[in-house]
Design a protein around this ligand. Structure first.
Ligand code: DGY
Length: 322
């Protein structure tokens, strides 16, 4: 019996590649090629191992009529059209859980960075400002006793809550779902508007989809305290970035800590480079050796399970297999 054709669009370790090759006819493919060439290249794919860099829309699924599974090495799957995947009988798999700690840690790091002015102080030392006895950056602020508003109370939002409660913060949550998981830390639920108004830090941990795009725009930023910070380690599209830049320039909020942007990387004339009250990282929420390895392992496990006719550990649309 011939092995299923699989295309690999991310870099994986030799042992994971060998695991795929044991069960599949696998080929690496470069996503940098023109889209029409890419779509032609995947015509015989039964499985594709990819990342959210790849856009999987109707044209993508039409181009690969034998496709059974796309498996992404990410928890986010916003560039994939899930109803189209389901209509084409394609299971979409992702990697929840294994990256929760890494993203929660980076969220903490951003909270500390903005509130303690860590990078202003680092630059002050590195540029010789301290040695020259120039005036130091303004003082930071404590986090204990302050209120953290968590938007999206899933795994990552809960883990951030747990960490920040341990550091003495009061926490609130908002989600489109009413009832959190029974194991979620105890935290007070608020409407979105009340959470924005009461929080000293608002942190985003929700999926990006057509309902949540620009969840935070000018009107929402105006509801936040002028002393509050916005933290985003989820997806750039959750925030209207033009409105955010304006709010930061006009002092509507105190600052922002961002690991994700609407356009990644941002254009060289993006205000993000010049706003003094922003700390911005290049989407490194999962960027540790250990976490990325776990994500790739799970992505391969998902891929091989579907190709073997089994329910994968982390499907987005399991109904395709039922
Ligand atoms: C994820 O897993 O979704 C991270 O943001 C990396 O894309």
């Amino acid at each position: 019996m011939s092995k299923p054709k699989v295309y690999i669009i991310i870099h994986i370790e030799d042992d994971l590649e060998a695991k795929i090759r044991a069960a599949c006819d696998a080929e690496y493919i470069d996503y940098g090629m023109p889209r029409n060439e890419f779509l032609a290249a995947i015509h015989d794919a039964e499985g594709i191992l990819l990342s959210p860099r790849v856009r999987a829309d109707k044209a993508f699924f039409d181009a690969a009529p034998k496709l059974k599974v796309i498996s992404t090495s990410s928890v986010g799957y916003d560039p994939f059209d899930i109803p189209e995947a389901t209509a084409h009988g394609v299971v979409v798999c992702h990697t929840p859980g294994v990256l929760t700690d890494a993203v929660a840690n980076l969220t903490m790091a951003l909270i500390f960075s903005v509130t303690l002015r860590l990078f202003d102080n680092e630059a002050y030392v590195r540029s010789g400002g301290w040695a020259r006895r120039e005036p130091a950056p303004p003082l930071g602020h404590d986090i204990q006793g302050k209120t953290l508003g968590v938007i999206g109370y899933g795994r990552i939002g809960q883990e951030v809550t747990r960490r920040m409660q341990a550091l003495g913060m009061k926490t609130l949550w908002y989600d489109i779902f009413d009832t959190p998981h029974p194991a979620a830390p105890k935290s007070e639920r608020r409407s979105l508007d009340d959470l924005l108004a009461e929080s000293d830090f608002v942190t985003l941990h929700t999926n990006l989809d057509s309902n949540s795009r620009h969840l935070i725009g000018g009107a929402e930023l105006a509801k936040m305290k002028p002393t509050a910070y916005l933290i985003n380690t989820a997806r750039g599209g959750l925030v209207d970035q033009v409105a955010l830049a304006k709010a930061l320039q006009d002092g509507v909020i105190a600052g922002a800590g961002l690991d994700v942007l609407e356009a990644e990387p941002p254009a060289l004339d993006d205000p993000i480079y010049t706003l003094p009250n922003v700390v911005c990282f290049p989407h490194i929420g999962t960027a540790t050796e250990e976490t990325r390895r776990l994500m790739r392992e799970l992505a391969v496990e998902n891929l091989l399970a579907v190709l073997a006719g089994k329910m994968p550990p982390a499907p987005v649309n399991p109904e395709v297999l039922r």
